[in-house]
Write a protein that binds this ligand. Structure first.
Ligand code: PGA
Length: 252
């Protein structure tokens, strides 16, 4: 059975004390609640990963990095490797976020290398993709998503998908307050699962968690998560407030 997952992407927000505080609040709420198997992940900035990993250590909350370089070490100023992340207790990484693609020029080819490096280091990957508004308006959204998935992931063996979570994030819905309708999310998630199934078979496709991201809030989470192919969310803005984030976690 694939897992339900709610992951909070803090982006470039929260200094050290704010990160520790928010992490502790999330841990406390998760501990108190009786979650029905929902996995909770939080992703602070690189500099706060170690402190947040410590703050969540004996809890059910996992910590993820927001990015990673594909090389192990060397002359790559400003970059962080999988080994470094693991050395501070981080075993999950978000790759391919649309902000990385848009502002930092990350391509499918580069992301394929990052995915390989993460998996080679036995890390879990939350792999993000999604179309821009123009793609949706011209009815190319499925084609775009299909090529993002194929280009970055379809060189992998089926077994690799045990360590991959997909996150469909339509770019037009990220941070805009405009959410995909639950039907739009479900249609795309079903399409994504079919794309996986065509290549790897139903058994693999059925086991991969597919998260929706883009303006998920306490008010809309329940309806989006109720769709059969939506296995959770990647949450930006609403993950910065423990009450809101937890209300979304609790939406299952
Ligand atoms: P948002 O961000 O929830 O603020 O729209 C989602 C994301 O970028 O992962």
């Amino acid at each position: 059975m694939r897992k339900n997952i709610v992951a909070g992407n803090w982006k470039m927000n929260n200094d050290l004390s704010a990160s520790k505080k928010l992490a502790k609040q999330v841990v406390k709420k998760v501990k108190k609640a009786k979650l029905k198997g929902t996995k909770v992940i939080i992703a602070p900035t690189f500099v706060n990963l170690e402190s947040v990993a410590k703050a969540t250590k004996k809890s059910k909350v996992s910590v993820a990095a927001q990015n990673m370089h594909f090389e192990e070490s060397g002359a790559f100023t400003g970059e962080v490797s999988a080994k470094m992340l693991k050395s501070v207790g981080v075993k999950t990484v978000i790759l391919g976020h649309s902000e990385r693609r848009e502002y930092f020029g990350e391509t499918d080819e580069l992301l394929a290398k990052k995915v390989d490096a993460a998996l080679a280091n036995k890390m879990k990957v939350i792999f993000c993709f999604g179309e821009v508004l123009a793609d949706r308006k011209s009815n190319k959204h499925e084609k775009v998503v299909e090529s993002q998935i194929k280009n970055a992931l379809f060189h992998l063996e089926a077994s690799a998908f045990q360590n991959i979570v997909l996150a469909y994030e339509p770019v037009w819905a990220i941070g805009t307050g405009e959410t995909a309708s639950p039907e739009q999310a479900q249609d795309m998630h079903a399409f994504i699962r079919k794309t996986l199934s065509d290549k790897y078979g139903n058994d693999v496709a059925d086991e991969v968690s597919i998260l929706y991201g883009g303006s998920v809030k306490p008010a809309n989470a329940e309806e989006i998560f109720s769709k059969p192919d939506v296995d959770g969310g990647l949450i930006g803005g609403a993950a910065l407030n423990a009450d809101d984030f937890f209300a979304i976690v609790n939406a299952f």
